[in-house]
Design a binder for this molecule. Sequence first.
Ligand code: FDA
Length: 305
Amino acid sequence: MRHLLLWMARNRWLKEHLPRLPFARRAVRRFMPGETVDEALAVAEPFRAHGIGMLFTRLGENLADLGEAQEVADHYHGLLDRIAALELDGEISVKLTQLGLDLDTDATFRHAASLCEHAARIGGAFWIDMEGSAYTEPTVAMYERLKAEHANVGLCLQAYLRRTPVDLQRLMPLNPAIRLVKGAYDEHAAVAFRKRNEVDAAYQSLAVLMLPQAAAGELRLGLGTHDLELVDRIADYAARAGYPKTCFEVQMLYGIRARDQVRLAESGYRVRALISYGEAWYAWYLRRLAERPANVAFALRQLFG
Ligand code: FDA
C-alpha cells in the first residue's frame, strides 16, 4: 500500500487529474486548513492559546522556471510580514526545490538567505525541508552555506537515510537547528532503512546523540514525529541525564494527534505544529496517506459519504 501510494504521488497523470475531484479536496482538509494563506493563519489562535508554536509551509515542489522561485520567495516574505503583524510564534519551512534548487544554486541561495534575514528580523527561524535522496547532498551543502552567515536557519534530517549519522557529524560543529523526522519518500534499500524497527532505532540514536548539545543550548532540536512512544523514550533518556524538558521541541503536523499536541504543551514540553496550505497539495497528501493506511479508509469515506 505504501509503495503504491508513493508511486501515485509521483505519477504525472494522477497529479493533474485527482486534485480536481471534489472528494479528494474534502479529504485533504483533514491535514490542511485550506489552500490560502488566510486560511492557514486563521487556525493560529487555538495554537497560540495553548502555547504551541507554528511552522507554516506553502505546498509545492520542483519548479519549471526561475521566475516561479521569485514568486515563492515573495510569497514567504509576505507571510513573514503577516506573522509579525499578528505577533505569532510562527516560523516558515520551505523546500529548496520551491526556491529553484533544480535550476540555479546561487539564485536559490540568494532567495533562502533573504528569507533567513527576514525571519531573523521578526525573531524566528527559516527551516529547510528535506526532499528525496537525490537532493540530500545539495540540501546539506546549502544548509552549510546558509549557516555560515545566518544563525537562525534550521534543517530537516531523515532518520531512515543510511547517510544521516555522517551528515549529522558534519553539521554538529555548526551549532545547527535540526528537525529530525523518520522520512517520507520511497527510497531504495541501498540508501535507506525500510523496516520500521530499523528506522525507529536510527531515529532514537540520532536524537540521543544530539541531546547533550541541545541541553547545552548549542543545538536546537526538533523531534518531527507523531510517534509518541519514541518521543517518550527520548524524553525519558533526557530526564535520566538531567536535561530540562525544554531541551527539545516536538513538532507535529496540523490535524494529526491534535489532543496530544495540547497535552504535551500543558505538561511543559515545547511543541510546534506544522501548518501546510496551498494548491499543490497532491503529492504531499499522498505521502500523508502512505504514512498511515487507515487514512486511505478516511479518504474513501469522503468519496462515498
Ligand atoms: P510513524 O509513521 O511511525 O507514526 C507514528 C504514529 O503517528 C502512527 O501510528 C499514527 O498514529 C500517527 N501518524 C503518523 N503519520 C500519520 C498520518 N499521516 N495520519 C495520521 N496519523 C499519523 N518528511 C520528510 O521526508 N521531509 C521533511 O521535510 C519532513 N518534514 C516534517 C515536518 C514535521 C513537523 C513532521 C511531523 C513530519 C515531517 N516529515 C518530513 C514526515 C516524516 O518523515 C514522516 O513521514 C511522518 O512524520 C510520519 O512518521 P512519524 O514519525 O509520525 O511516525
